[in-house]
Design a binder for this molecule. Structure first.
Ligand SMILES: Cc1ncc(COP(=O)(O)O)c(C=O)c1O
Length: 512
């Protein structure tokens, strides 16, 4: 409460200002080429350079602190339940990775051990996915490390397109209208792949009560121009596994040998441990290639993915570059040339450190936590859209039950949780599902039962708070948080030419 008598009149304000002018502020103004403390330096009183590279230098402690301070306004990765990407690795793994920061992975000649470690990972992952290994052979699958599943998918699509084109040309048939059959719920990298490589998308749409492809519909879309079928082992929207076996068996029944690529970005390191009997991989004859993100349930910090082909036959030789670089012959099939070796080394650490037993223990715990969260949310009245008991990824996709009197929606709840630091995305389901709104919590390695309970409590209190607010205040709060707490509202990182008009409620699905 401000007392009116304490508000100064205009005369008084002027007197006060003159008084302040007379006070001799003895502020330090030395040009401190030597600084004793970060916050006493001139840099702490200036804007950080934004557009022009500065002429002068700054001390390393200052640069470190200033950037670290700025980054503290980013979200806390541990509370980011939107992302599948690994946020925890053991210190030993971090140490190994940090020790390899300066290694360029592509310099096979200089770093032959790093290259060999990649081959060991490809071999282990190929075997995990049941790649056939011929008698007397040690390696069946061929493959490579990538920056993530997106690059892996680009490579797999290129290989399918090339094989289809070679076959069509050999038969003297036109090869200018390739298409790919896939779900409307694919991750954005599939849309990139089809646009960049000029391939028509033949989409199988989800419905209000089916969030994966219908196998029959999928196979019916196949024609002579189909380079392959993409199936997802754990969709980004609800985490549900598409029925690869059903599609494979229908193709066989119809006498078709259309190749299947499985996008196992997340499920590739979950299903083999939690539901080992589920047939989705190279056990099925039509599955020719699989991608998996090492940086998701592969448990490595971001930038590593893998693509494996069931055998060399499915990776056309013309796509593989045999280059002589710095004195050594090397085979390369990647979109990028140079990249750090750390992530590949981090993947090898996890594979041999944890072994199948370790991955099984972690993935089992995640599945239990996801089931616990799912049951708790169901008890609170939410509708659960994801599968339980290992029939899908360890995530919970849920929505509010229909209620005309409720003043808030899933987006308002996501925004209220954001105030507590949680990043739980709200989005609308894939096309043709009546703009159904939903929320999604990804259960990652560091999301323990204890943290899960904290989230459930915050969901309850956020709902209580929203219930007590009126519609206008909810909308105002939502707009404010969107504008000030999320990058979507600011979007200053986009060039103006490519900036989309921001909307108050982000409706696109989470992308990772
Ligand atoms: C099913 C699916 N495919 C592909 C991707 C892209 O993976 P990455 O982020 O590793 O490039 C994702 C990311 O979440 C995904 O969920």
């Amino acid at each position: 409460m401000v007392h009116l008598s304490t508000i100064p009149t205009n005369d008084e304000v002027e007197k006060l200002a003159n008084g302040v002018k007379k006070v001799h502020l003895q502020l330090a103004n030395d040009d401190d080429s030597f600084t004793t403390s970060v916050y006493g330096s001139k840099f702490a009183a200036q804007d950080l350079p934004r557009h022009e590279m500065p002429e002068g230098e700054m001390p390393k402690e200052v640069a470190y602190r200033m950037i670290k301070d700025e980054l503290s306004l980013d979200g806390n990765p541990i509370l980011n339940l939107a992302s599948f990407v690994t946020t925890y690795m053991e210190e030993e793994a971090e140490k190994l990775m940090a020790e390899s920061f300066s290694k360029n992975f592509i310099d096979y000649e200089e770093y032959p051990q790093s290259a060999d470690i990649q081959n060991r990972c490809v071999s282990m992952i190929g075997r995990l996915f049941s790649a056939p290994v011929g008698p007397g052979e040690t390696i069946g699958a061929v493959g490579t490390s990538c920056v993530g599943s997106s690059e892996a998918i680009m490579l797999a699509v290129l290989a399918m397109k090339k094989r289809w084109k070679n076959k069509r040309m050999a038969e003297g048939k036109p090869c200018d209208r390739p298409n790919i059959v896939m779900s409307s719920a694919v991750q954005v990298c599939w849309e990139k792949a089809t646009r960049y490589f000029e391939i028509e998308e033949k989409l199988v749409y989800c419905t209000e009560d089916r969030y994966v492809v219908d196998p029959e519909e999928t196979v019916n879309l196949v024609d002579e121009n189909t380079i392959g079928i993409a199936l997802i082992l754990g969709t980004t929207y609800t985490g549900e596994y598409e029925d690869v076996k059903a599609v494979n068996d229908l193709l066989t029944k119809k006498g078709l040998n259309t190749p299947i690529h499985v996008d196992a970005a997340s499920g590739g390191f979950v299903a083999p441990f939690v539901v080992p009997d589920l047939e989705w991989d190279f056990r099925l004859d039509n599955v020719v290639s699989i991608n998996v993100s090492g940086h998701k349930y592969g448990l490595v910090y971001p930038g590593v993915g893998w693509v494996v082909w069931r055998s060399a036959e499915y990776l056309p030789q013309e796509l593989v570059f045999n280059i002589n670089y710095l004195g050594a012959d090397q085979a390369s099939f990647t979109l990028n040339f140079s990249k750090g070796a750390s992530q590949v080394i981090g993947q090898y650490y996890q594979l041999i450190r944890l072994g199948k037993k370790g991955y099984r223990a972690i993935m089992s715990n995640l599945t239990r936590t996801a089931d616990y969260l799912s049951d708790s949310l169901e008890a609170l009245g939410f509708i659960i859209m994801s599968k339980k008991s290992g029939e899908g990824l360890p995530l919970v996709a849920f929505r509010l039950p229909p209620d005309e009197d409720r003043k808030y929606d899933e987006f308002a709840l996501a925004h209220a949780l954001r105030v507590r630091g949680w990043v739980v995305p709200a989005y609308t389901m894939a096309p043709h599902t009546n703009q159904m709104k939903m929320l999604r919590v990804v259960v990652r390695e560091d999301f323990t039962k204890n943290r899960c309970d904290a989230l459930i409590n915050d969901i309850k209190s956020s709902q209580k708070l929203l219930q007590e607010m009126d519609r206008d205040s909810i909308k105002k709060q939502q707009d404010f948080i969107h504008k000030h707490h999320t990058a979507g509202g600011k979007a200053t990182h986009n060039h103006p030419k490519y900036r989309v008009r921001s909307c108050a409620a982000a409706s696109s699905p989470p992308r990772v």
